[in-house]
Design a protein around this ligand. Structure first.
Ligand SMILES: *Cc1c(COP(=O)(O)O)cnc(C)c1O
Length: 223
């Protein structure tokens, strides 16, 4: 059965508001990025019908298949790439996405800059930080962040913020705190942190974007 997507979106927003009020940052509520990866298209339509306009996808090809047809009908949709990106997909990513949250290496930053030039687009980017130092995860290591940021700025990128995905099982507080510290140090305004299990915590710690999939759309069916 299809979950009540509108009710879920409302509940997530209400919880964000409650938490932000609770810690005294009611005026700084994060934007809700609805992570629609793997979800059936009816659920995406239900979110659109509920007025949701900011979506996150983690694979370029899947996003193209889905949003290539949908986006022209919803010109106000803002699509965020939140998954790892191969340089050979940079052209496709630049063509489709409005924000790229997962820039984590110089080679990719270069490929994206070249493509943005070619396509005459300037897409805001976030640098993904591997705060948990996990081998299997994307993200720049903390000690390499400054060099990557400098390189991105030299390339002309509009670097707006940082993104992290804390290791499963870790207390996300430490990772969110670290990301916030890095952003402050480098004068970056946006902080993309918090998923279904910890978006309220992230909101209370200064997230400007929370990326929520399951709590809105229900569990993903990978079968
Ligand atoms: C899938 C995904 C999410 C959403 O996860 P949920 O736990 O379903 O909310 C958030 N961020 C990234 C980078 C993801 O890949």
């Amino acid at each position: 059965m299809m979950p009540d997507i509108k009710a879920n979106i409302d509940a997530v927003k209400k919880e964000i508001t409650r938490m932000c009020k609770h810690v005294g940052v009611a005026e700084n509520q994060p934007r809700l990025v609805a992570v629609s990866k793997v979800q059936p298209i009816e659920r995406v339509h239900a979110a659109l019908d509920a007025g949701q306009r900011v979506f996150g996808e983690n694979r370029v090809q899947e996003a193209e298949e889905r949003w290539g047809a949908l986006k022209p009908d919803y010109p106000d949709v803002e699509l965020h790439l939140i998954g790892s990106l191969q340089t050979n997909k940079a052209a496709n990513a630049v063509a489709l996405f409005d924000v790229i949250q997962s820039v984590d290496r110089v080679k990719l930053a270069k490929a994206l800059a070249t493509e943005m030039d070619k396509q005459g687009k300037q897409i805001p980017i976030y640098l993904q930080v591997n705060t948990g130092r996990e081998d299997q995860k994307g993200g720049v290591q903390a000690e390499d962040l400054e060099a990557l940021l400098t390189e991105c700025r030299t390339l002309g990128h509009n670097v707006v913020g940082l993104m992290c995905i804390p290791p499963a099982g870790d207390d996300p507080t430490l990772h969110f705190g670290l990301l916030k510290k890095f952003a402050k140090r480098h004068g970056l305004e946006r902080l993309s942190m918090g998923m279904s299990g910890d978006y309220a915590l992230a909101a209370s710690m200064g997230a400007t974007d929370v990326r929520v999939g399951t709590a809105i759309f229900g569990a993903r069916d990978y079968s």
